[in-house]
Design a protein around this ligand. Structure first.
Ligand SMILES: [Zn+2]
Length: 303
């Protein structure tokens, strides 16, 4: 991975600065701590909120562009479950297996095999099924609090542990979504993608490869200010609307799941099933992080 150009020079000038940005505090949890701030780019249009549609065009592509976008796959939807909970095996696996589409399990390598987590055999079976196993670091620290050597070890050693188990990965999900330019630089030494928390969809033409955005599903719900009024973010209608947005604006939507997270009750499990089923019927690809990145690269190449 060494020698690959880093995207950081372009980050500050990309997307969000063109829009009013609201910084919000997550309602708080063990996984998304009080230091995690979710940023949303908001534009109110006719009483409705358009969320993070930065960079997408509504003026209508030329026919050749439309053909290119369609050939590229139009859009992508990825489901990433954090922390490697045992419920990835008992709840998520049956849902995605039944649907015939993959999900991504981001595992904490030191927690593999603990009572509340998936075992190595289970993780290997997920990978054999076509699901994707990625790093969620070794011990799940707030990476921002670590010195350079510890930060490097969390990123490097988790990847090495997975590779040693026959589970190579080029992707990392930052614990609690806590990241910074320093963390992203460190991740870029070993990884192709770094996944954060919040901020909506990912525009392939302005992809923040080491700070990929996510939309919460099932727990740790997206927080949007109460003024102007907005619909709730913990409903099937919200999840479907974000898929619609990805499809219509040719973006990459990454859902954040916590299979043992607070609020992931029977109703949310049903909402997940319905969201997966809905995504499958839309003009999009339900795929892994690797698959979504491949689609995004193709979409970005369209004029
Ligand atoms: Zn986590």
């Amino acid at each position: 991975m060494a020698g690959r150009p880093l995207p950081f020079g372009g980050l500050e000038g990309a997307g969000p600065n063109a829009h009013p940005e609201v910084v919000l505090q997550n309602s708080g949890s063990h996984d998304i701590g009080p230091k995690s701030w979710l940023r949303f780019t908001l534009a109110a249009v006719s009483g409705a909120l358009l969320l993070s549609a930065c960079g997408s065009t509504s003026s209508g592509p030329t026919p050749s562009t439309a053909e290119c976008l369609q050939a590229a796959g139009n859009s992508a939807v990825t489901f990433v479950a954090d922390d490697g909970y045992q419920q990835d095996w008992t709840i998520l696996r049956p849902i995605f297996k039944e649907a015939g589409v993959p999900f991504v399990s981001a595992v904490i390598t030191n927690s593999i095999g603990h009572a509340s987590n998936t075992s190595l055999d289970q993780i290997k079976q997920l990978a054999a099924d076509g699901d994707e196993i990625v790093s969620h670091t070794v011990t799940h620290p707030d990476l921002n609090t670590l010195n350079d050597a510890m930060l490097d070890a969390e990123l490097k050693d988790s990847q090495a542990a997975l590779a040693a188990a026959g589970l190579p990965t080029n992707h990392v999900v930052y614990p609690m979504g806590d990241t910074s330019e320093r963390v992203e630089q460190a991740a870029s030494k070993y990884y192709q993608l770094g996944v954060g928390v919040g901020n909506g969809l990912n525009d392939p033409k302005a992809l923040e490869r080491y700070d990929l955005h996510r939309v919460a599903l099932g727990s740790y719900f997206d927080v949007i200010p109460s003024s102007p009024p907005h619909p709730p973010t913990n409903t099937l209608a919200y999840y479907k609307a974000r898929i619609d947005e990805a499809v219509q604006t040719h973006q990459w939507l990454i859902f954040m799941l916590h299979s043992a997270g607070p609020g992931f009750d029977e109703a949310q499990v049903e909402a997940l099933k319905d969201t997966v089923a809905y995504a499958k019927t839309q003009n999009t690809n339900v795929t892994t992080l690797s698959g979504g990145y491949a689609v995004a690269q193709k979409l970005a190449a369209c004029k």
